[in-house]
Write a new protein. Structure first.
Ligand code: HEC
Length: 106
């Protein structure tokens, strides 16, 4: 990973940490997850971009529980996906955001 990418990532982590609990999954997504999961940057991070059906298909095939598990605990293969995406969202709010991301990507 090069220095420039690291600088971009640390900037995004600072943004995502400021996330707060809300009943609105779409706005929770925008606040906490879009910095990495928007289709413009996601491929560079090896993250699935929201709306990128091809990127999500193999992940959706694992089942929602597997996706919730990664969202809650972070990725075991890619540390860029931190527990809760670096946010302070509660379990239910976080799962609602995952549902939203999947609904936009299939
Ligand atoms: C700092 C960048 C970053 C942020 C912020 C981030 N993600 Fe991710 N996310 C990733 C990366 C990279 C992956 C790919 C991980 C992998 O392949 O295991 C990923 C993967 C995922 C997956 C797929 C997991 C799977 O098992 O295939 C879900 C679901 C997900 N993120 C949800 C979220 C949610 C919800 C948020 C916001 C609360 C969020 N992410 C915020 C980088 C991020």
């Amino acid at each position: 990973m090069n220095t420039k990418l690291l600088m971009v990532l640390s900037g995004m982590a600072a943004i995502s940490i400021s996330g707060q609990v809300s009943a609105d999954a779409a706005s929770d997504y925008t606040t906490n997850c879009n910095s990495c999961h928007n289709v413009a940057i996601a491929p560079a991070l090896q993250a699935p971009g929201v709306g990128d059906k091809a990127a999500w298909a193999p992940r959706i095939a694992k089942g929602m529980d597997a996706l919730y598990h990664t969202a809650l605990n972070g990725s075991s293969v890619n540390p860029v996906m931190m527990p809760r995406g670096g946010s302070s969202l509660g379990d239910d709010a976080l799962k609602a955001v995952v549902d939203y991301m999947v609904s936009q990507s299939k």
